[in-house]
Design a protein around this ligand. Structure first.
Ligand code: COA
Length: 226
């Protein structure tokens, strides 16, 4: 499979056939594989007429402004899992949970790009020795943070991870958290206590066939190719 991550022409050059040339060249290079893209609403019909007949999930992008209610610590129930920073020992369990959710082969490099790197902070939830969730955040620019993903076995674990991520990066009232949600899911856990702004909804399209995703564990998607 291959993923078309961007398709854009400078505004001053639009409407003159430049986009069509770029599009044709990209599709020729993609070859005879399943091509995936995320369509903005304006372009949805155009893509469906131009080789992307298969509709998948929608993804909505959110901004949430941090409120004081979000920063109140909650008591941790005795049965809860432990939450700790990602390390090499936890990595195989993280890959396993990701594979349960996104069955496509070759996910590990994508996962590594999402979870490991300069400025990325990743937490892993464990219960009875097993990885039962993970989540990751990074600072985008002053006062703005991107929740890159949260996968977890249940809502409580997801909330513990999100609270841990916000607290580890020392978020303050007025900061903004950016994150995507799949389908019509509501902002999970503590994020529902923020001032929520929905930004845009894109629709995943496929050129050949839909790639199924197991939604059960997804609170914030490990975006891109799934
Ligand atoms: C989409 C984009 C790359 C097209 O570039 P362009 O140089 O204007 O395109 P062209 O003049 O070659 O037109 C190509 C086709 O796109 C269609 N198109 C262009 N803008 C469109 C829009 N906003 N909505 C629907 N169709 C559009 C044209 O009607 C044309 O269709 P046709 O070939 O069937 O006649 C350009 O408008 C753009 O950069 N838009 C903003 C970024 C964006 O939304 N990208 C898509 C993200 S999913």
């Amino acid at each position: 499979m291959t993923f078309v991550a961007n398709y854009a022409v400078l505004p001053a050059y639009r409407g003159n056939g430049v986009g069509r040339k770029v599009w044709t060249a990209v599709m020729e290079r993609a070859g005879d594989v399943n091509v995936i893209l995320d369509a903005v609403p304006d372009m949805l019909d155009w893509y469906m007429r131009n080789g992307f007949p298969v509709k998948g999930d929608t993804t909505s992008y959110y901004h949430v402004t941090v409120t004081s209610e979000m920063l109140v610590p909650t008591p941790v129930p005795a049965t809860s899992c432990s939450v700790e920073p990602l390390d090499d020992q936890l990595w195989p369990g993280v890959v396993r949970l990701d594979q349960l959710t996104y069955p496509s082969p070759g996910r590990e490099p994508i996962l590594r790009a999402f979870l490991v790197g300069d400025g990325i902070h990743t937490l892993v939830a464990r219960a009875a020795g097993h990885v039962v969730g993970f989540g990751s955040i990074h600072k985008m620019w002053e006062g703005h943070f991107g929740l890159r993903c949260v996968l977890a076995q249940d809502a409580h674990t997801a909330d513990q991870l999100i609270r841990g991520l916000l607290s580890d990066l020392n978020l303050r009232v007025g900061n903004v958290v950016h994150f995507p949600l799949v389908g019509d899911a509501a902002p999970p856990g503590v994020l529902a206590l923020g001032a929520v702004e929905h930004v845009i909804t894109v629709t995943r399209l496929y050129s050949k066939h839909l790639i199924p995703i197991r939604h059960k564990n997804i609170w914030i998607p490990v975006s891109d190719i799934a």
